[in-house]
Design a protein around this ligand. Structure first.
Ligand code: XIL
Length: 348
């Protein structure tokens, strides 16, 4: 009898997994029900799936995930209302079908900005209206800061400046109500550097302006030796000091550095010493999360088990031979517990 992960951390935070609809059946569903008490869609709730054409909303896959969470009494995160990626092009085309970012006439640019913010409002309003009773935490915007510490130069930013962030949060608050928990989510904001500084200052400025942000999501796509636990502790503290909640939203611990070498092509090729190193990493990580459990309300993995991880695509993409397997979770490809599981659970 394997000890349940969500029970182990019951007094500290919810434990979640990102899922595709097909994982809500069979063995993955059993693991979800047994070990996790929180759920998020890996893709199904992103803008391009929810509103592929203007005014045409596709709810089927998102509903499946919402229904599963409800049926199993799970906490539900919505990922993500607004993003620069996985967003259909129609958002950023003007009435004549021309890309808004290419417009040079100031008057037309002002019209475009108004139109884009209207579309954003409709998008956010329609989704939040539908799911407000079911969703516990909303990723309102995702990855608005770039790696170099500048604001991400997405069409959203080029056309509206930072207004799209404000309108997204204000609309979500208006529709979801005062009790809703609204998050600004990003990666490498748990790592010291220019990006973290810009992200921190942005959150602080937005809060000062009265933008209704309740929490910060630290994606936490991390590696065996990066970043340091110290950097992550500082980050969590920094956001907590702003008075906002912290959630670990997309945790995975790659066995590779960056870019991934993809040197192992199958799970069986991964040396035991690497799995042990990963176990140590999980141990120190969850020690930190538990130590800071007053600040952290949810820890969500970006997947369930090593048979389905977006990191495989990257291990393949960057490897010399186009092959490559990653293994970021505490369950292997057969849903068996790994050394990382015992380390995370503090089972010696
Ligand atoms: C990834 C999914 O896991 C992939 O299936 C998809 O092809 C691309 O997006 N940061 C995020 C997530 O906020 O939405 C991304 O998810 C991973 C990085």
């Amino acid at each position: 009898e394997v000890e349940q992960i969500d029970e182990r951390f019951e007094d500290s935070f919810a434990i979640g997994a990102a899922v595709e609809p097909f994982q809500l059946e069979g063995e993955s569903a059993e693991i979800l029900k047994y070990h996790y008490n929180s759920l998020v869609a890996e893709n199904a709730m992103k803008p391009m799936y929810i509103q592929p054409e203007e005014g045409e909303f596709y709810w089927e896959d998102a509903d499946k995930i919402v229904d599963f969470a409800k049926a199993n009494d799970m906490y539900l995160r919505y990922h993500t209302l607004i993003w620069h990626s996985q967003t259909a092009d129609w958002f950023f085309l003007d009435e004549e079908g021309n890309p808004m970012v290419e417009e040079t006439d100031p008057e037309k640019r002002a019209e475009n900005k108004e139109l884009l913010l209207e579309r954003l409002e409709t998008h956010v309003r329609t989704i939040v209206e539908r799911y407000k009773e079911d969703v516990d935490a909303w990723d309102v915007v995702n990855e608005v800061v770039d790696d170099n510490g500048e604001m991400r130069n997405s069409p959203w930013y080029q056309i509206t400046g930072t207004d799209y962030i404000k309108v997204a949060f204000e609309t979500a608050r208006e529709v979801a109500g005062e009790d809703a928990m609204l998050y600004i989510n990003d990666y490498n904001n748990e790592v010291a550097g220019a990006k973290r500084d810009t992200f921190y200052n942005l959150v602080k400025d937005l809060l000062d302006e009265g933008v209704p942000i309740d929490g910060v999501g630290l994606q936490s796509h991390i590696q065996l030796g990066w970043p340091t636990i110290e950097e992550t502790r500082e980050s969590i503290q920094q956001y907590a000091d702003l008075g906002v909640d912290v959630q670990i939203t997309e945790l995975d611990v790659s066995i590779y550095g960056w870019p991934p070498s993809g040197e192992y092509n199958t799970e069986d090729e991964i040396p035991y010493s690497v799995l042990e190193e990963q176990a140590n990493r999980y141990e120190e990580l969850f020690d930190l999360y538990e130590e800071m459990d007053e600040e952290i309300s949810n820890v969500t993995f970006w997947g369930i088990a090593d048979n389905h991880t977006w990191l495989d695509d990257r291990a393949e993409e960057y490897s010399d031979d186009g092959l490559g397997k990653d293994a970021p979770f505490v369950f292997d490809t057969q849903y068996h517990v790994k050394p990382a599981y015992y380390a995370m659970m503090d089972i010696k």
